[in-house]
Design a protein around this ligand. Structure first.
Ligand code: C2E
Ligand code: MG
Ligand code: MG
Ligand code: MG
Length: 289
């Protein structure tokens, strides 16, 4: 009996595993088809000055306009895209669309100071990255690359380090994304001299309920202040969070409390509306409480 049960279980697992492999293979084929069909698109989530509440930038976030499944967020396809190595193509596509949209906004009289894009580990290790970037029309100081901490676990990682230096020379900022969730040492992160740290939303959510969590955020803000690194809070879901984060000294706020990721066109309309909503006092540097 025990033997039979063991065998049943074994068959259950192999079947489940097989089903998963089939699903993954289907998704992989679908991603490649979708790429050829231009179904991937950049959405934009605005980022706000914590005090004036002016829009200081946007983060480009990829979406998949799937013909039958509708609009898909990265959690539905990024893992497989990474396995397939399609993630480098996605990163490139998002940057290229971002630059096009950014130029179009400017043509239309809308100045968005910063365009942030997420850069995968694979892309950071791409030997062609720098040559590619050199061929793009990137004005210095406009673009930021968001890199997650796990990219920097290996301090001997010479390709990544050389690319980062070259990226900076092109006038592109480096930001550490999801700060606090990885295991890279503070020392190795600070060696990069990032322009900004983005505190992960898991540290932001509990700040209203916990003194400890507030102290944690405040100590990150202190690190930023003493090293001249800007602090961005991501996942700011309520205006109470926004107020608390402003008081704690965060520079930039991003989250559902202000806006969700949206299409390029919607972003343009949103930013216009936002500009005339900004109080004159806030513009001249007096910060409303
Ligand atoms: P991320 O770079 O940390 O981006 C922030 C994520 O948090 C986005 O999810 C955004 O929609 C979501 N978010 C923003 N505000 C809030 C909030 O107030 N509450 C909550 N709960 N969530 C909020 P999204 O767009 O689903 O992207 C998920 C992740 O996928 C990104 O995390 C990033 O790691 C990755 N990703 C997205 N686009 C790209 C891309 O073009 N290239 C690469 N390599 N990765 C990307
Ligand atoms: Mg990001
Ligand atoms: Mg993040
Ligand atoms: Mg994240």
């Amino acid at each position: 009996r025990a033997k039979k049960r063991g065998r049943d279980r074994y068959e259950f697992f192999t079947q489940a595993l097989q089903a998963e492999i089939v699903e993954t293979k289907k998704l992989a084929d679908d991603i490649l088809r979708g790429m050829e069909n231009h179904e991937f698109e950049a959405f934009y989530q605005p980022q706000f000055d914590a005090r004036s509440r002016d829009i200081v930038g946007v983060e480009a976030l990829v979406r998949w306009r799937h013909p039958t499944l509708g609009l898909l967020a990265p959690d539905r396809f990024m893992r497989v895209a990474e396995e397939l190595n399609v993630v480098t193509a996605i990163d490139r596509l998002v940057l290229e669309q971002g630059l096009r949209d950014h130029a179009a906004w400017r043509e239309a009289g809308l100045v968005i100071p910063k365009l942030s894009v997420n850069v995968s580990a694979r892309r950071l290790h791409d030997e062609e990255l720098i040559a590619q970037l050199g061929g793009m029309d990137i004005a210095p100081g406009v673009v930021a690359f968001e890199l997650v901490e796990s990219i920097f676990l290996d301090e001997e990682d010479e390709v990544a380090m050389a690319n980062i230096e070259a990226i900076k020379r092109l006038g592109i900022d480096i930001e550490i994304d999801d700060f606090g969730t990885g295991y890279a040492s503070i020392v190795s992160l600070m060696k990069l001299q990032p322009a900004r740290l983005k505190i992960d939303r898991q540290f932001i959510a509990p700040i209203l309920d916990s003194t400890r969590q507030r102290k944690l955020v405040r100590s990150i803000v202190d690190i930023g202040a003493s090293l001249g690194i800007g602090i961005v809070a991501e996942g700011v879901e309520t205006m109470d969070h926004a107020k608390a984060l402003q008081r704690m000294g965060c520079d930039v706020l991003q989250g559902y409390a202000f806006a969700r990721p949206m299409t390029a066109e919607t972003l343009a309309g949103f930013a216009r509306g936002q500009q005339w909503r900004v109080a004159p006092a806030a513009r001249s540097g007096e910060h409303p409480k």
